[in-house]
Write a protein that binds this ligand. Structure first.
Ligand code: NAD
Length: 299
């Protein structure tokens, strides 16, 4: 067999062929994989990091498929040097992630997580859970690509004013979806709700740092479903009290996450474990596209 799938969970396993060659492990557990020397194709997710050292373990590697939108965990230069084809899955349904961003936004606005926790402790009181209504508030979208635009479509019935920031302005979409482009500074100063949808590049590392957090309104809700590295965690913690809620599907240091993570000390931080992508629908689409890439290569 020429193919190995890494980072395989029980759901995607149902839809990927070559089940005997799928591992729940990440690529850094390679010592457990036998016969690496004949492998031509590997597939994996963002938990696995591709670098020169990993590539050197697979002398016959021709195709790598990251079953993700982002490719920030793949050393593209190293792959190019070895003439290895790199495929990602740029669109398996932006609505899946946008829906999760909306769920986080609403959970933060209406105190869902903390209220549920207290009810489960037998406390049925409303007075600590004053919600933030959406009508007439300002929603700022950082990154108006596929997911950002999908979120703007989803919230069209809420009566929000939407503003966007992107290095590439999509004026056609802005007109159709009734939002306007502003500078990052303007967005941060004026938004009551902020949702981040930019990819992780060198240029977006800590895009939201101390200076940017300073600009954000007191009582704002900040959502990040893009990559943890976009927000400077230490700077966020310093000013965490200014937020009504910080709702994150991605965090810096996901791989080494533990009970001791500094984000866990604050009641107004909601964290989900990078599940924005993970729905009944998207899992099947991801598997289907992965299989197609493999077939296109093999035949
Ligand atoms: P996309 O490429 O369609 O859109 C990204 C947008 O960001 C583009 O419009 C681009 O111009 C803009 N951008 C790039 N650099 C910028 C900068 N410095 N400042 C402002 N804007 C900038 O991507 P997408 O499909 O919308 O996905 C966005 C990100 O979401 C992905 O890169 C990935 O990291 C993340 N993601 C997360 C999950 C999850 O499960 N939580 C799932 C899929 C994708």
């Amino acid at each position: 067999m020429k193919i190995i799938h890494f980072d395989v969970d029980s759901e995607i396993k149902k839809y990927l062929s070559g089940k005997l060659f799928s591992f729940s492990l990440t690529l850094d557990n390679l010592e457990k994989v036998v016969k690496k020397e004949n492998i031509e194709i590997i597939t994996f997710k963002s938990q696995s990091v591709i670098n020169e050292k990993i590539l050197s373990e697979f002398p016959k590697l021709k195709l790598i498929i990251t079953r993700t939108v982002g490719v920030d965990h793949v050393d593209l230069t190293a792959c190019e040097k070895r003439k290895i084809i790199v495929k990602n899955i740029p669109n398996y349904g932006a609505s899946n992630i946008a829906e999760h961003a909306l769920a986080l936004l609403m959970a933060g606005a209406r105190n869902i997580v903390q209220a549920n926790k207290e009810v489960h402790q037998g406390k049925f009181f409303y007075e600590f859970f004053l919600g933030t209504s959406f009508k007439d508030k300002v929603l700022g979208i950082i990154g108006t690509g596929k997911i950002g635009l999908e979120l703007i479509k989803l919230v069209s019935g809420f009566g929000l004013k939407v503003i966007g920031y992107d290095i590439v302005k999509n004026e056609k979409a802005a007109k159709e979806l009734n939002f306007s482009y502003v500078s990052l500074e303007n967005l941060l100063r004026n938004s009551d709700l902020i949702s981040i949808h930019v990819p992780f590049f060198k240029s977006t590392f800590h895009l939201i740092g101390e200076k940017e957090i300073d600009l954000i309104k007191k009582g704002a809700i900040l959502v990040n479903t893009s990559r943890g590295e976009i927000i400077d965690t230490k700077a966020l913690i310093k000013q965490v009290k200014k937020f009504k809620a910080v709702c994150l599907d991605v965090v810096e240091g996901e791989k080494s996450f533990s009970k001791k993570h500094i984000l866990l000390k604050h009641k107004n931080i909601i964290i989900t474990p990078h599940i924005g992508f993970y729905t009944d629908d998207s899992v099947q689409t991801i598997a289907k596209i992965t299989e197609k890439y493999i077939k296109d290569y093999l035949f």
